[in-house]
Design a protein around this ligand. Structure first.
Ligand code: ADP
Length: 159
């Protein structure tokens, strides 16, 4: 069975992330989308909120499981029987960080391979942080995120 793990912050999930998930879901029998709960990054949405949003957005893709973990990604992968980590690549600027993470994960567990899916061109400029920035300045961001995220972000910003 081909099992993949797509780790990320997903603060919040965008159409770019969703595109990667949909395209990867046909490459794996089971794809775990996992959100680490113990990272130091400051996020707008809590882990629970991010997990719930991802769950709502992928509910129609039967082989995608959404999860959270306190483990290192490679250790999480081991617990679910996966040896493939998946990441998305947008611009050349993603490359350096992704190369470093892939090498680091490989040194932590030599059995784990990281594979990359190139962003579809219409999402290559899209990031969670740019969506949050547009939303914070009351710009229109409806086309960049799935509907539940649009509603959640509007609600969050009204608070
Ligand atoms: P992290 O903090 O782990 O980088 P992100 O949620 O920012 O978490 O991103 C998770 C993964 O999704 C990364 O590999 C990132 O490059 C990828 N990604 C983010 N936005 C897009 C997009 N628009 N198109 C393709 N991949 C993307």
């Amino acid at each position: 069975m081909r099992i993949g793990v797509y780790p990320g912050t997903f603060d919040p999930i965008t159409n770019g992330h969703l595109d990667i998930i949909k395209r990867a879901s046909v490459l794996f029998d089971k794809l775990y989308v996992v959100i680490p709960s113990n990272i130091n990054k400051k996020t707008l949405f809590s882990v629970e909120e991010r997990v719930n949003l991802v769950k709502q957005v992928v509910k129609d893709i039967p082989n995608v499981v959404v999860d959270t973990t306190e483990l290192l990604t490679v250790d999480y992968a081991k617990t679910v029987g996966a040896t493939t980590l998946l990441r998305g690549l947008r611009m050349v600027s993603d490359f350096e960080y992704e190369l470093q993470m892939a090498a680091l994960n490989k040194s932590l567990n030599n059995n784990v391979e990281t594979i990359f899916i190139m962003s579809s061109h219409e999402y290559s400029f899209l990031s969670s942080s740019s969506v949050k920035e547009i939303a914070a300045f009351s710009g229109e961001f409806k086309d960049f995120v799935p509907h539940p995220v649009y509603e959640a972000l509007n609600k969050k910003l009204k608070k």
